[in-house]
Design a protein around this ligand. Sequence first.
Ligand code: CO
Length: 422
Amino acid sequence: MDPLLSRFLAFLDASPTPLHAVHTTAARLTAEGYERIDESAPAFERPPGFRGFVVREGSLFAVRVGTKRPREAGFRVVAAHTDSPNLRVKPNPVLKSNGYVRLGVEPYGGLQIATWVDRDLGLAGAVYVRDGQGFRPVLIDVRRPILRVPTLAIHLNRGVNDDGLKLNKQKELPALFAQEVAAEADPLRALLAAEAAVEPADILTWDLSLYDLVPAALGGANGEFVFSGRLDNLGSCHAGLEALVSAEEAEQTAVLALFDHEEIGSQSHRGADSRALASFLSGVGGADGLEQALARTWLLSSDMAHAIHPAYADKSEPEHAPRMNAGPAIKQNVNVRYTSEGATTAAFVLLCERLGVPYQWYVHRSDLACGSTVGPMLSAQLGVRALDVGNPMLSMHSSREQCGSRDHAHMVKAMTGFFGLV
Ligand code: CO
């Protein structure tokens, strides 16, 4: 397999949660000579060539300072999101009834619930454990089929094929976890304690997600697809990471901004609708030169796009219906649900022409409500020119999605060129 694709599949498998995506990204950056920055240390301007990153739980911001200072050549920011819709474990999740133990879960983001049933599910995230007078997070990944949301047999649900599979999120979504445990036993706490190598009583709380255990794979008759969970938007995160570490030295300062919480609106201390990125840019660029730097800055917001669907082709705008493996889709919306407009789009088209990267257009059907990305809020907050692009995919927000295997290299190439965009 092509080395870039095998790194992509490995990244997808290693990243069942935003915490893991950030952990995986941080490990790669460290191996590439990036140093971890303490955000609470006094801000100071980083010298040319400096490489570093900060971590805020499920968000990560990395920088490679250009040969000129940011105030002289600006930032080239690639932004994407680390989170995907899934099922999250509640604080008091253990539900015992009819000889079963189920775990209460809350849907995170706009997931397609029916795609989570009858699958072998693992459990990953962080467990917060006592540490002296304080606490520490322990990253865990239970990569075994310990959970399942079983469907009701068709004999007991005769209308399912005509009515569709509908689950009540409170009553029918809790995941089956165990059987025949003592009344006082807490099998989740016991499992987590073993995973974190601590005593059950030392577990204070957790941020845990269920995930589909089937590994990412090349699919299709000729390997033209990638099948995996979380392609939206780990596809963009990984492309940005590859581009950052392989981009040639430039005058401009390259920034990779990976945000948690996009799927739930981005309003959090580490989301795109926060001061987090502005703080980071002023820290690495020098606060007194920030306005000059931002005036010279371009933002590339990358989030997966909707490919035309063979069975539902009429859901696409016929003249702006991207196909998989035909390059990044430039997303445009006149109401700025996507940021691309004349000047930024023209620059990107020229860039693609120069690099030999194919590109295409995405516009949502005019009679359907359009989605959005981190692009508009970042562009507005920072006051920087921006555009939105994304590789086309199917089954967005399903537990198992699909994109084109050749598009990943297209996006990496386009982003690599973007980091040097004048
Ligand atoms: Co997305």
